[in-house]
Design a protein around this ligand. Structure first.
Ligand code: HEM
Length: 244
């Protein structure tokens, strides 16, 4: 018997059979489009910055690699495909250091660096500032991630351990760590994004150690709606020796 497909779209199609009137083809089309627009460049850009930071911080790269090795029930004969199938939710949940490293990357290099809002009605902001219906405003996610006022004197430093207490990941208020927005319109794909990025990162880091192709070149920002790295990131991948 053919195994039922378990990807997100297949699940939506299955759910649409229960309510075909609301979840019609147009609805499914919109879901696919919004997932692609909201979820593709955001996670891809974050992974580029993440691997860049791992190359700049090889001690962190090795720590993340050890954690992956300890969290997954892997076998010496695993290839990338079989290893990925071992990355079940239980194993992913144990990867606190990887979670912290991705979060620290998103603090310094938020995939959405500036986010815009528009007033739906006349209002007064908490600081007393008046806004009129239709007024637009932006909040600077990139700048907020680097404010000493919010993160302390070492705000500009890459320190994943700021997110850990006794090795356990500590959430921050989404109004302080704003990379996923906050409040009722917080990113719907946040957990999905972490899962996807953790699976990709864990698989690559388990098998390879990464170094920059050219240490002398810094990455150049290409700010669009998302925070791209101009011309991509060139790395060398060396086979990682895995302890038996
Ligand atoms: C690192 C990855 C991601 C980051 C940093 C991120 C960030 C954000 C931000 C800042 C917003 C608010 C935009 C606004 O104010 O209009 C947002 C909204 C949204 N995101 Fe993400 N996102 C990520 C990944 C994803 C993924 C993987 C998906 C889905 C597969 C997704 C789905 C959405 C959706 C549907 C919204 C709109 C929510 C609403 O307006 O109610 N995101 N995201």
């Amino acid at each position: 018997m053919q195994k039922a497909r378990e990807d997100i779209l297949s699940r939506f199609i299955l759910a649409s059979e229960e309510d075909p009137e609301t979840m019609n083809d147009r609805y499914l089309r919109d879901i696919v489009l919004s997932f692609l627009i909201a979820g593709k460049d955001t996670t891809a850009d974050t992974l580029s910055w993440f691997f860049y930071m791992l190359c700049k911080n090889p001690v962190v790269q090795d720590k993340v690699a050890s954690e992956i090795e300890e969290s997954v029930e892997w076998a010496q004969e695993d290839n990338m495909e079989t290893f990925t199938t071992r990355l079940k939710q239980g194993a992913i949940d144990k990867m606190h250091c990887l979670h912290a490293t991705l979060t620290e990357t998103l603090r310094l290099y938020p995939a959405v660096p500036v986010d815009g809002k528009m007033a739906d009605e006349d209002d007064v902001l908490p600081n007393g500032y008046r806004v009129i219906i239709g007024d637009g405003m932006n909040y600077m996610i990139y700048a907020m991630g680097r404010m000493k006022y919010l993160w302390g004197e070492d705000a500009e430093e890459f320190r994943p351990e700021r997110w850990l207490a006794n090795g356990v990941f500590q959430q921050e208020s989404p109004y302080k760590f704003v990379s996923f927005n906050a409040g009722p319109r917080i990113c719907l794909g946040k957990e999905f994004a972490y899962r996807q990025m953790k699976i990709m990162a864990a698989t690559l880091i388990h098998f390879f150690r990464f170094i920059l192709e050219d240490e002398s070149k810094g990455p150049i920002y290409k700010t669009m709606f998302t925070l791209h790295m101009d011309k991509g990131l060139y790395l060398f991948a060396q086979h990682r020796k895995i302890s038996a």
